[in-house]
Design a protein around this ligand. Structure first.
Ligand code: HAM
Length: 420
């Protein structure tokens, strides 16, 4: 071990497990690519104000969890704690919304940073794949995103996840509800800090995990009962479209999310095999965010799925992903002449798209065959001086153990035909 270790709350992705993370990212991205979402990549850090304004001044993410710092040049930056504000900032900056093709549909994949208390499933560096559909108010778009997330999880073989759905209303009806909730909260026996939170962001109090607080909240007014007609109709349409697609969900009138930009549709994907960090993904509509960061009105909706937690969910369900073997052919040369010949053959195999590897380090037959076995290759190609004199190489099928001599000039074509 070196003198250094991975920072607290972080971990390294290393083979063979790292292949699972790649497969999960790919499985989440595939349905998005197939549905008109284009790939976007933004910097790992942004102006700190973007998140303060976008995610919300009073959220835990902004007040407690942000890696904020001043650069040598005096800029106030923060490592991105989430992707939505950055993606919207980038879309506005590139004027994507003016190209006359709304909604702008984007997907992304990357690292995010939150200074949280580390525990299983909660890290300070984690990975998300996300999707944002910018510039359209259409319940079909909300439904599309929920259906695509469901499809992604199912394509991985996950079964035991649930979709929780709620509406957080809009700028018409939420203030009325907010006032009613504040009245209710001020009648409870709450500590100073919680009462302060009730003043700034009363919906967050509903998410308080402490049992003595939860006990007092059973009679709390629900936003569901305050939705205006437009929000009610919108939500009903989303529910109908998801139902028609055969995607099961649960209405959760108490679902509030940890970010302030949400309006109307909000949802979370939870997996019951994960303990307290059960949210494998979440998202919703954010019709006011663009204006909050200085842009025009652009009603939008999106989600982000946590890659780390999705991998944990797969493990909790005992799902083994079918990962393609990384190496199909392993070449074992015995002697210098064979070394030059097989090295050239490996290069040729790779050119025709066959995954091939080579025994490096001048190993003897025994050590080289051990590497061949570990590589998981289906075939090994061995060549020694006598083989070369006969103009052949030995092709060994690692599953059956069968070995045949194949002409030096035929070996690439032979492997191509055997590997299909
Ligand atoms: P979020 O719910 O904060 O939403 O994060 C989405 C997912 O990222 C979570 O469900 C979880 O799986 C994963 N995640 C979050 N924090 C951690 C952590 N500390 N360790 C491991 N995994 C974590 C957002 O980030 C919104 N930007 C989603 C969105 C997109 N809403 C609209 N568009």
């Amino acid at each position: 071990m070196s003198t250094f270790q991975a920072p607290k709350g972080t971990y390294d992705l290393i083979p063979p497990d790292s292949a699972k993370f790649l497969a999960v990212r790919e499985a989440i991205a595939a349905p998005l690519r197939n549905s008109g979402y284009g790939y976007i990549e933004t910097p790992g850090f942004e102006n700190v104000e973007l998140f303060a304004r976008g995610v919300g001044e009073s959220t835990d993410i902004v007040t407690k969890e942000m890696y904020a710092f001043e650069t040598k040049g005096g800029d106030q930056l923060a490592l991105r704690p989430e992707g939505t504000a950055s993606v919207l900032r980038a879309a506005l900056e590139a004027n994507l919304h003016k190209a006359g093709n709304l909604p702008v549909k984007l997907w992304y994949s990357g690292s995010y940073y939150r200074y949280e208390r580390p525990q299983k499933g909660r890290y300070r560096h984690f990975s998300q794949v996300g999707a944002e559909a910018i510039g359209a108010e259409d319940p079909a778009l909300d439904a599309e995103l929920i259906i695509l997330a469901d499809q992604a999880y199912r394509s991985l073989g996950l079964r035991e996840f649930r979709i929780l759905l709620n509406s957080l209303g809009d700028k018409e009806c939420r203030p009325v509800y907010r006032a009613a909730l504040q009245d209710f909260l001020h009648g409870l026996d709450l500590d100073e800090e919680t009462l302060r939170r009730a003043d700034i962001n009363p919906l967050r109090v509903l998410d308080d995990k402490r049992p003595d607080v939860q006990k007092q909240l059973t009679e709390a007014p629900l936003l569901r009962d305050y939705l205006c007609d437009a929000c009610k109709a919108y939500h009903e349409e989303v529910r109908e479209l998801i139902t028609a697609a055969g995607v099961a969900f649960e209405d959760d009138p108490r679902l509030v999310r940890g970010l302030d930009y949400y309006t109307r549709t909000t949802f979370e994907f939870v997996h019951d095999g994960l303990g307290s960090q059960s949210a494998v993904g979440g998202g919703g509509r954010y019709d006011g965010l663009s204006e909050m960061i200085g842009g025009p009105a652009l009603p939008s909706v999106g989600w982000a799925l946590g890659v780390d937690r999705t991998v944990l969910a797969l493990e909790a369900e005992g799902v083994e992903l079918e990962l393609p073997s990384t190496t199909s052919v392993f070449a074992v040369p015995l002697g210098d002449e064979a070394r030059r010949l097989l090295f050239a053959k490996v290069t040729e195999l790779r050119k025709v798209g066959i995954a091939a590897d080579f025994s490096y380090g001048h190993k003897g037959l025994k050590g080289a065959m051990k590497n061949a076995n570990r590589s998981g290759a289906r075939y090994t190609v061995v060549a020694g001086e006598r083989d070369l004199a006969d103009g052949v190489v030995q092709l060994k099928d690692m599953e059956s153990g069968d070995q045949t001599a194949v002409g030096v000039n035929e070996i690439v074509a032979e492997l191509e035909s055997r590997l299909g």
